[in-house]
Design a protein around this ligand. Structure first.
Ligand code: EPU
Length: 417
């Protein structure tokens, strides 16, 4: 059995870092993962004037009390859409913000209309100037009743952060229920915010005059943890992921069990084994607690080698099948029709040079490479460094023959040892 520790969650760390902008005192972060996207967020906070320092032992300190520049420039936002998470906190704190509007992305158009409509409902004037969102609320934001058309994770986080310093009550209906939203809400509450209902689809926030700051502890990364379990399953291995939150992984674990995986779980660990070849099962992605879109590509890699057929429907993003042609180059039998991929399991994959298109797609190619016969070279692995901490070391610890070659532009995943 191989064992590996889950890191702090990227998608929890990013909003928690943005939230430092709301505080009158510095914030100390525990379990911040060392990821490219986290570095980008720290660069952005630095650009705004915040002071950032690491302490021996892993604590990260952010002092945004000294921030003076409520803006997020295109050069930073174009490298990471989640930069837009500073919009709500900046308007709440400074009464104005200029944040570059993120363009489209490999997995879909990903507009921000619901974030902007929510801020407008809270009294902000919004204009788009030269590609920037210019938001102004000179008299401060006020509470509002916001009903999202569809569930949005960063939209919920952005507006929740704006609302904690707004005057009066804000209600967010059809709110995202992701554990990362709960992590943010609980942290804000510990700093003095008044928030109820996080984790349900109705969040109620009573604005307060200021937040004291304090500590923030990032929850374990459920997507990373499940990716390592999938690495065990695709190679017929036996993997235990520790320091994780099994209760956040129910949808993935249920589908993996249905496919024939043997799953054991404790309070903060999960062990997954595949004593036999997995069988094809159907999944469709949904907001939490449904099956996460961020595991769709990795699950598809598992299904390429399963016995029988599986149908994988992507309902969150309109273009999140970029890994399909690459998996096909490795011998997978996949046909895409609209939002659904039909996968027919094959007895083996063969190694090939492949190209990563986004973070989770690159993880699926690495998984496929672990199980494939021969050598797989995954290119453009900067995508993977955005969301997986030292993936080659962690997979290496599980027995994989994988190494980073040359620059960070290329990556090699060979057959599992
Ligand atoms: N949407 C709109 N208008 C909006 C906001 C969203 O139409 O104003 C649409 C999106 O285009 C998408 C759907 O609503 O079709 C849901 O998108 P959501 O807003 O929930 O996505 P996000 O907040 O931009 C976060 C994660 C993503 C993850 C999605 C879905 C962070 C920093 N990012 O993105 O993570 O896939 O939620 O769970 O939390 C990743 O880690 O690889 C990743 C892409």
């Amino acid at each position: 059995m191989g064992e590996v520790e889950a890191s702090g969650a990227k998608n929890a760390a990013l909003p928690l870092l943005a939230a430092s902008l709301l505080c009158e005192k510095p914030v100390a972060y525990e379990r911040i993962p060392h990821l490219r996207d986290v570095t980008t967020m720290l660069t952005l906070l630095g650009h705004q004037g915040a002071e950032v320092s690491f302490e021996d032992g892993g604590l990260l300190h952010v002092d945004a009390t000294v921030a003076t520049r409520p803006e997020a420039p295109y050069d930073i936002v174009k490298t990471m859409r989640a930069s837009a998470l500073v919009l709500g906190p900046l308007v709440a704190r400074f009464g104005r913000a200029r944040v570059s509007l993120p363009g489209g992305c490999a997995i879909g158009a990903r507009p921000m209309d619901m974030h902007l409509r929510g801020l407008e409902a809270m009294g902000a004037r919004i204009a788009i100037e030269r590609g920037d969102i210019v938001a102004e609320a000179p008299k401060g934001l006020r509470g509002a009743h916001i009903v999202f058309d569809r569930v949005t994770v960063t939209g919920t986080e952005n507006l929740m952060m704006a609302a904690v310093l707004a005057q009066g009550e804000t209600v967010i209906e059809n709110a995202a229920r992701e554990p990362e939203v709960v992590n943010l809400a609980e942290t804000l509450i510990s700093w003095g915010a008044r928030i109820e209902g996080a984790g349900t689809d109705r969040i109620v926030i009573q604005g307060v005059a200021s937040l004291a700051g304090g500590r923030a502890c990032v929850i374990p990364d459920r997507i990373e943890a499940a990716t390592y379990l999938a690495a065990g399953l695709i190679t017929g291995g036996d993997v235990r992921v520790t320091h994780c939150a099994p209760e956040h992984m129910d949808a993935f674990l249920a589908r993996a069990e249905e496919a024939g995986a043997v799953i054991e779980r404790g309070p903060d660990w999960v062990r997954a084994r595949a004593p036999r070849r997995l069988v094809g099962v159907h999944v469709h992605t949904q907001p939490y607690p449904g099956f996460p879109t961020d595991l769709q590509a990795q699950f598809m890699a598992l299904m390429t080698l399963a016995e029988g057929a599986s149908m994988i429907r992507e309902t969150i993003f309109e273009n999140r099948f970029m890994h399909v042609p690459e998996l096909v180059r490795m011998g997978a039998d996949i046909r895409v029709d609209g939002d659904t991929a039909f996968v027919r399991g094959v007895p083996k994959l063969t190694g090939a040079p492949v190209m990563a298109s986004d973070l989770r797609a690159s993880a699926s190619l690495v998984l496929a490479g672990l199980a494939a016969e021969g050598e797989t070279i995954v290119q453009r692995i900067y995508h993977i460094d955005r969301g997986y901490e030292r993936i080659e070391e962690k997979l290496g610890r599980l027995g994989a023959d994988i190494r980073r070659v040359g620059s960070s532009e290329s990556w090699r995943a060979a057959q599992a040892a």
